[in-house]
Design a protein around this ligand. Structure first.
Ligand code: NAD
Length: 513
């Protein structure tokens, strides 16, 4: 054990493991309200998390503001070295981090390790800071005039993150923000708050000065302060679309730079010429991995032709029958529980809604039993045939292990359907036809597109972002866009006339004419 993120270890009198905040380099209590943190595999409240109030938020913002001048002045190479050390500590402490994720989110340990690895890759990219921040230079932009653009830090920046990637999504944000010279306040999901605090402690151990990264746990009260406080220059958000829209509108109205990534409903087109066994295998992970609680999950297959649909359903039924559902701590399980009881009830409600709407439930996962875990939020994989646009089951993000098959006759019909959907996060096509794949990738109105790749999550040195109502703002998350998001451009034009050279007065606009 490297450390643990609970307040007992900070010497307080809490009776169950209690999570507070990390402000100015220390784990602290703060806020009179708190809520339970459940283990979704048992249904038991095993921890509590304190919810930050205005006083706590003031401490966090003031701490970030105080740390900013010295951190901004720290050479990028030194800032980057903290990231290299953090990468090493994340790798060394992977087991402990993943155990916290599984205990609060429910996902299987191998999946927690996958998200941690993707997070580490973002830390690795952030360690290229000196290269990324080099700027642009033009010698002799005019006679004896040089011009350059540099990318300066914004000041205090903030991030608000969702429950479904409690390690990875925070690592999309704050490593890039801090290597660019900013200080950061992270508000993780109150449903699974421990891992973000542990990672922040590792960042301190890696050499990040106190106050550069502060973690506050909380809910709307904390978020609203980040969105309205004048000292916060920029806010990154990842979560559901209604909250993303609210965060974007409120933050922008208060003069902040905001990027707000929202929900999704990703479609996989399966063409008649696709390698069906491969497409089936790919769809199993894409639909049911992490219990469908991924913004890049693929809950819809758009099968071109009835033969394609029938073959996919036949293959999926065989694979679903082999799936093992149970606690994420057991390595033999493929799928863990849903995150909370209300979410479990909501997803079951969508299955009932689909039946009422006339979709055909081919596999019903509602009666799955996990011996010894009767209180857990387990829902088995569900599969619908004959899902149609207009159905709630088609339109809304379910965020659970529910896969639907839509039958169409042509690729054009499939693409028109995808383009008409309010979300445009990810999509993919399974085919052996290069022309069809090229037409699809060229024209589809979606931000991240896969060809025979079901989850086209960009690597850390590209950027991640959907289109339409899956992203509010102009810049995507992580990668090169993050450098632009967390910095502002300053362009300097400089002339050093030779001694004795006298300039005449010029009234026309300066140009190269
Ligand atoms: P959520 O919108 O409920 O919560 C996200 C964050 O917003 C949390 O930190 C939460 O505390 C805060 N929040 C919740 N209600 C709020 C309110 N009324 N005012 C201010 N802040 C509020 O999302 P979630 O359930 O934690 O996460 C799942 C959602 O996130 C899904 O819709 C999923 O598609 C989306 N998601 C999107 C991406 C992406 O990159 N586009 C990635 C991961 C998750």
């Amino acid at each position: 054990m490297y450390n643990d993120p609970f307040l007992q270890s900070a010497g307080t009198s809490a009776t169950v493991p209690t999570l507070g905040h990390l402000i100015n380099g220390k784990l602290v209590a703060g806020g009179s309200r708190s809520q339970d943190v459940f283990n979704p595999a048992t249904g038991k409240a095993e921890k509590r998390v304190l919810l930050a109030d205005a006083v706590t938020m003031e401490q966090a913002i003031a701490s970030a503001q105080a740390a900013y001048p010295a951190w901004r002045a720290t050479p990028p190479l030194k800032r980057a070295r903290v990231m290299s050390k953090l990468k090493q500590l994340l790798e060394e402490n992977a087991d402990q981090i993943c155990a916290l994720v599984t205990a609060e989110h429910g996902k299987v340990l191998a999946d927690a390790l996958g998200e941690l690895q993707r997070g580490i890759e973002n830390v690795e990219y952030a360690s290229y800071a000196p290269e990324l921040l080099k700027g642009e230079h033009s010698k002799n932009a005019g006679p004896s005039v040089d011009s350059w653009s540099e990318f300066q830090a914004l000041g205090v920046t903030a991030g608000i993150t969702p429950f479904n990637f409690p390690v990875m999504v925070p690592l999309w944000m704050w490593p890039m923000a801090v290597v660019c010279g900013n200080c950061f306040i992270l508000k993780p999901s109150e449903r699974d708050p421990s891992s973000a605090l542990l990672v922040a402690q590792l960042a301190l151990a890696a050499g990040l000065p106190p106050g550069v990264l502060n973690v506050v746990n909380g809910d709307k009260e904390a978020v609203d302060i980040l969105l309205t406080d004048k000292r916060v220059a920029a806010v990154s958000f990842v979560g559901s679309t209604p909250i993303a829209e609210y965060v974007y509108a409120t933050g922008c109205a208060h003069g902040k730079r905001v990027q707000a990534l929202g929900g999704a409903k990703n479609h996989a087109v399966v063409m008649p010429d696709a390698d069906i066994p491969n497409a089936v295998n790919a769809m199993m992970g894409a639909a049911y991995g992490s219990c469908g609680e991924r913004c890049m999950a693929v809950p819809l297959i758009v099968a071109v032709g009835d033969k394609t649909a029938d073959a996919m359903i036949a293959g999926l039924k065989v694979e679903i029958a082999k799936m093992k559902v149970g606690p994420g701590t057991d390595a033999s399980n493929d799928m863990g529980p849903l995150v909370t009881k209300p979410h479990f009830e909501k997803v079951k409600g969508y299955v009932e809604q689909g039946i009422k709407e006339g979709a055909k439930l081919v596999v019903d996962g509602r009666h799955v039993k996990v011996p010894g875990h009767e209180g857990g939020y387990f829902l088995g994989p569900c599969l619908f045939d004959n899902v149609k646009p207009g159905m709630v089951t088609y339109q809304e993000e379910i965020f659970g292990p529910v896969l639907g098959v839509v039958r169409v006759k042509t690729l054009q019909e499939a693409m028109a359907m995808i383009d008409a959907h309010e979300y445009g996060n990810g999509t993919c096509i399974f085919t052996r036809d290069g022309e069809a794949a090229r037409f699809f990738t060229d024209n589809i109105l979606v931000g991240m597109v896969g060809v025979n790749v079901p989850l086209p999550v960009p690597v850390a040195y590209h950027s991640f972002g959907g289109w339409k109502r899956s992203l509010f703002g102009d810049l995507s998350a992580y990668g090169p866009d993050a450098v632009r998001f967390y910095t502002k451009r300053k362009t300097i034009t400089q002339r050093w006339p030779s001694a004795g050279v006298r300039d005449g007065t010029v009234f026309s606009f300066p140009s190269s004419r």
